[in-house]
Design a protein around this ligand. Sequence first.
Ligand SMILES: C[S@@+](CC[C@H](N)C(=O)[O-])C[C@H]1O[C@@H](n2cnc3c(N)ncnc32)[C@H](O)[C@@H]1O
Length: 253
Amino acid sequence: MTGWVRVVGLGAGKDEWLTPEAHRVLHDATDIIGYFPYVNAVAATATATRHASDNGVEVDRAAQALHMAAEGSRVAVVSGGDAGVFGMASALFEAVENGEPAWRELDIGVIAGVSAMLAAAARIGAPLGHDFCVMSLSDYLKPWPVIETRLRKASEGDFVLAIYNPASKTRTEQLQSALELLRNMRGKDTIVMLAHSIGRAEERVVITTLGECNPADVTMKTLLIIGSSMTRRIERAGKDAFVYTPRYYKEAL
Ligand SMILES: C[S@@+](CC[C@H](N)C(=O)[O-])C[C@H]1O[C@@H](n2cnc3c(N)ncnc32)[C@H](O)[C@@H]1O
């Protein structure tokens, strides 16, 4: 039997964000591999053998998937949101590039998913409607000075900024430094959106400003969107405001 590996984005929250293509692959797979919350999130109708592992072993997990596919298994490697956005797809290609030469010949594919920034933006209005940048604030795999430089350059360019991994239980200082840098460069009135656990029961969206944003309200389940100078709110009596960034831009920066 010919094996394959598919890196499957499960969508950022609710089941409806799992694409039909992802659903089909999960049901065709003989094995499902991934971080345990994602493996557990796959519907019980998928009968594949499940191999759940902990955080931080992404390349080992990828190598396990490649070994199994080389032996004929049909392996779905699952990832939250979109697998290519701070997810398992890059880990798999790191393993392919540095691993056994035969792995390059395997049938490997990536199945797109609804990433947190898209799900959050849709909830809020259209904050990503004009040019935007996407960053992870985690300094686990990249040095903090690189993050600072990128925050500064994105601010110089007046990009809307979607920030993944803004904080964790042990990593809180980075967010404080980032907010201070952004406040200094973009101004206190810049719109900030905190999208917590989008698509899950505990979903919560907070629209605030850089001046008023409370870092204590940001967790590892938050996606942060920082507006550009053009991003604006549409207030509605008795209803949540919409936030959007218009398609046009002022004449010069
Ligand atoms: C390792 S990244 C994975 C991103 C994922 N691959 C994606 O495309 O959404 C984890 C970060 O994504 C963001 N995130 C993932 N799911 C989310 C959700 N449902 N609501 C808000 N943020 C989410 C958070 O910033 C979290 O710290």
